[in-house]
Design a protein around this ligand. Structure first.
Ligand code: ZN
Length: 186
């Protein structure tokens, strides 16, 4: 559970630290606003991925299912600045499939917290593998990191790509190639 009072205190200190007047009109509500906002931004920590992915349907289909362009917003844990982009999830069912909106919800669970892109990609793949028990899963994440674009090396538009493979996707390179081919289709 997010401790809103601690966040309010912390934001006041941060404002003072950068030399701001916490009493000026534009800032009086800011600590409270940020405290409420963090409840949402880090809301994934209170979501239960097992509940989301446990509602499966029996299916004969044994071909790759690809849910692509799942938009996400997360927060880099090193700078507490946003990183955002798209997640693409493919899996090969083994008797059961999950509603497509559930994959998007699964992404939310791991995006809405302080994160590393590499870890988020891995966690999504692990969750799909664990709760859906497919023959294999592949997750690819492409994201822009504000800590790369608005500070430091300042490379706007640069993207970081990470991916994770499990099961048959890890064993068969041809499946990975098929995944990349399907990603390029519009
Ligand atoms: Zn960062």
């Amino acid at each position: 559970m997010v401790d809103q009072e601690k966040i309010r205190q912390g934001v006041r200190l941060l404002l003072q630290g950068i030399g701001e007047d916490t009493k000026r009109e534009g800032l009086t509500e800011t600590p409270d606003r940020i405290a409420r906002m963090y409840g949402e931004i880090c809301g994934g920590m209170e979501m239960d991925v097992s509940k989301i992915l446990s509602k499966t349907f029996a299916a004969e289909n044994a071909e790759m299912v690809l849910e692509k362009d799942i938009v996400f917003y997360s927060m880099c844990e090193h700078h507490m600045l946003p990183f955002f982009g798209k997640v693409h999830i493919a899996y090969i069912p083994d008797g059961k499939v999950v509603g497509l909106s559930k994959l998007a919800r699964c992404v939310e669970v791991y995006a809405k917290r302080l994160q590393l892109q590499e870890r988020m990609t891995e966690q999504i793949a692990e969750a799909v593998m664990k709760y859906l028990a497919p023959r294999g899963v592949m997750v690819l994440t492409e994201a822009e990191h504000m800590c790369m674009t608005m500070r430091g090396v300042k490379k706007p538009g640069s993207k970081t790509v990470t991916y994770a493979v499990k099961g048959v996707f890890a064993e068969e390179k041809a499946l990975q190639e098929n995944f990349f081919r399907m990603l390029r289709l519009d």
